[in-house]
Structures are given as structure tokens and as C-alpha cells.
Design a protein around this ligand. Structure first.
Ligand code: GLN
Length: 368
């Protein structure tokens, strides 16, 4: 079945539809991971985004419940160069096509993803529409231009869990090869703004019993659990648009040790009084080089973000700890006297390299 992808700049790509049929709008972004498409699809930070994979063959190992990063597919749409027809893997119980169909998410294959990505790199991430229903170019471009975009939008409230819960799924099927597992001796409250489950697996692995609370929780609700430490999760949308979350973080700083990842890092920056801005085309992939400024070691990292904390706006008692070597943007910060630190990238990988898993150990040690 024919499908079209139209961008707000007027470009139209024609390919074949897979997954669900229908129409979807979103910010079109690209991810440079060679594998890990299921983790990408189920990462809630991609809410409102149509993701294209730069790797040309996607779907070859199918999908499996073990690789879920949340309860469902979260991307608005999915773009690949070539969809594998016959997946082959003993862990797989569904094809990528069947997985997207069951999740009612539209995909397109057979378009020139290199041309698309070059366009996004030159002009920046763009709004777009993916459709198997409307195939009229002018109408599609008009609809793409009407999409409101990511800036100023609170998408967190769409993906937070409805109520608090305890993480009972341990460290999952494969995580024990990565970090030696420890008995649970620390109690952590994880504030969930759209959290990837591998963060919960990694926290469990280093010896934390984790209570998850919705990202809309107040500081009092968080502190009522009397945790040894507080974790701030990743999540979708513009960090500056979630004032309630910034206020909660402000009220938690100095009360307990805090560790933040991605949106959690951006919220910490904003709570410290720094500013965030939108990157031209963001960082999404499993091959982003980062330098740890404290050890001068290089980590190859998994990333998924479109916004960034401006280091020149940090107060003097908050220092940069990690820098992205592709564009020198801020990738980590810490307070000079309080037990508070965060990273912009994803030390939980899922999928990606495990170079940065030491950060979970650092958090546990920080709790005493
Ligand atoms: N993975 C994340 O937490 C993303 C944070 C934020 N939504 C961004 O795009 O920058």
C-alpha cells in the first residue's frame, strides 16, 4: 500500500506503508542506532515524534516482550529504508510489522532515508505527516505545517503513570551481564516523567528498592516515602514547559541525594536557574561520544534528546561534568557541595553501550 511522508518545508517522500494504516503528525527526527528499534519505539521520550532510523535494514530480529521500555509503542510514526520481511531470532514472538499494527502506529518503508536525514541535518528537525489515507501532496504539506511542534508543549502529563507503584520486575532478562547485582539496601523514589524501564532495572541491579511516583507528584508526596535518594527520569517534550515538575525539583534540592537522566537533567538545570534551548536536530542514537570532564575518559553513549541545558547560564555552584564531543554541548552537571548530579545521555543504554553504567553505582554510593 502506498504511503507518503510530507515535511513542513514542502518535501514529499513516497514509499510503502507498514504497521497500521492511517495518518499521523509529529516532529520528524532521526536515530543513528544500528539496533535497538524496539527500545526506540517504546521509549516515552519520543512522544509526538516520527522517528526515522539511519541504519538501512530494520526489523531483522523481530520484537519480544523482554525488550519493552514501557507498556506500549510511544512514537507517533516510524520510517525505515528497508523493512525485513522474515525476522529471525529465538527471542522474537512478533515481526516489526505485526508489532506496529497491534499498536496502531503507522510506518513507511522504501523512502530514501539518507536524503531525509541530510535534509533534517541541514534545515533542523522539522514537523511532518505520515499517511496512507491522504496521498495528496499539497494537502499533506498543509497539515504538516499546522502541527504545533515541540517547543512550549507539556507532553509529560500524557505519559506519566496514573499512580505510584513499586518496581517488582527486578533487573530483567539480560541486565545481570552488565552490572554485578547487589541486594537491595537503599530505598529510592523515582519520579516518572515517561521513564524507560531499563533505568528501573539498573537501579534494582545496584541495590535499590524503587518506588515509582508520577511526574506530577509534589515534593511533599515524594518525601512522604522517606527515601534514601531521589531519581528524576527521562521524558518527552520541552523541559521549560513543565513548570510543576521544575517547582517540585526546586523543593527537593538539598533534602536528599538526587540523580537525574535526560529530562531529569534538564529539570535540575532549570531548577538551579539555568536556561534550556532547542538543539538544531538533537542527539538520537547509540554512538554519541561524551567526555567525562572529571576523569577525561571518553564514553560512547546512548542518547535521545532535542533540548539542552545552556552551560553559560549555570550558577557558580553547579559545574559541567560531561561534554558531547560532536558539538561541545553540555552532557552532565553536578552541584559543588550538595549530593546532586545528572546526565543528559542514557547510562541505562537500552539499547546501546554500557560505558556509563558506573553512574548507577555512583548514585548508590552517594546515598551512603
Ligand atoms: N529522553 C529525554 O528525556 C528527552 C528530554 C527532552 N524531551 C528532550 O527532547 O530534550
Amino acid at each position: 500500500m502506498q504511503a507518503k511522508l510530507a515535511l513542513a518545508d514542502g518535501t514529499v517522500f513516497t514509499g510503502r506503508g507498514f504497521g497500521a494504516t492511517g495518518e499521523t503528525t509529529g516532529e520528524v527526527v532521526f536515530n543513528t542506532s544500528m539496533t535497538g528499534y524496539q527500545e526506540v519505539l517504546t521509549d516515552p521520550s519520543y512522544t509526538g515524534q516520527i522517528v526515522t532510523m539511519t541504519y538501512p535494514l530494520i526489523g531483522n530480529y523481530g520484537t519480544t516482550p523482554d525488550d519493552q521500555e514501557s507498556t506500549r509503542v510511544q512514537v507517533a510514526g516510524f520510517i525505515v529504508r528497508e523493512l525485513t520481511r522474515v525476522p529471525s531470532n529465538f527471542r522474537s514472538n512478533n515481526s516489526l510489522d505485526g508489532f506496529l499494527k497491534a499498536s496502531n502506529v503507522v510506518g513507511i518503508e522504501g523512502i530514501d532515508t539518507r536524503a531525509l536525514v541530510r535534509r533534517l541535518r541541514v534545515r533542523g528537525s522539522m514537523n511532518g505527516i505520515l499517511s496512507t489515507a491522504d496521498l495528496d501532496d499539497a494537502s499533506l504539506v498543509k497539515k504538516a505545517r499546522e502541527f504545533p511542534g515541540m517547543e512550549g508543549r507539556d507532553l509529560v502529563s500524557e505519559v506519566v503513570p496514573k499512580q505510584a507503584f513499586k518496581w517488582k520486575d527486578g533487573f530483567g532478562a539480560f541486565a545481570d551481564h552488565v552490572i554485578p547485582s547487589k541486594p537491595a539496601t537503599k530505598r529510592v523514589v523515582a519520579i516518572d516523567y515517561g521513564m524507560k524501564w531499563n533505568i528501573l532495572r539498573c537501579l534494582t541491579q545496584v541495590g535499590c528498592e524503587v518506588t515509582v511516583v508520577p511526574g506530577t507528584a509534589s515534593a511533599d508526596e515524594v518525601l512522604s516515602h522517606n527515601p534514601d535518594g531521589i531519581f528524576l527520569s527521562n521524558g518527552p517534550g520541552d523541559p521549560a514547559a513543565v513548570g510543576y515538575a521544575i517547582d517540585t525539583v526546586k523543593n527537593l534540592i538539598g533534602k536528599k541525594p538526587i540523580f537525574g537522566i535526560c529530562l531529569g537533567h534538564q529539570l535540575l538545570g532549570l531548577a538551579f536557574g539555568a536556561k534550556t534551548f532547542k538543539l538544531k536536530f538533537g542527539h538520537r542514537g547509540a554512538n554519541q561520544p561524551v567526555r567525562n570532564e572529571l576523569t577525561k575518559q571518553i564514553e560512547i553513549t546512548t542518547q535521545n534528546h532535542g533540548f539542552s541545558v545552556d552551560p553559560s547560564t549555570l550558577p557558580s555552584n553547579v559545574v559541567p561534568t560531561h561534554i558531547n564531543l560532536n558539538d561541545n554541548t553540555l552532557e552532565g552537571l553536578k552541584h559543588t557541595s550538595l549530593p546532586v548530579f545528572s546526565v543528559q545521555y542514557h547510562p541505562e543504554a537500552a539499547a546501546g553501550p554500557h560505558d556509563s553504567s558506573y553512574l548507577f553505582e555512583d548514585f548508590r554510593k552517594m546515598m551512603g
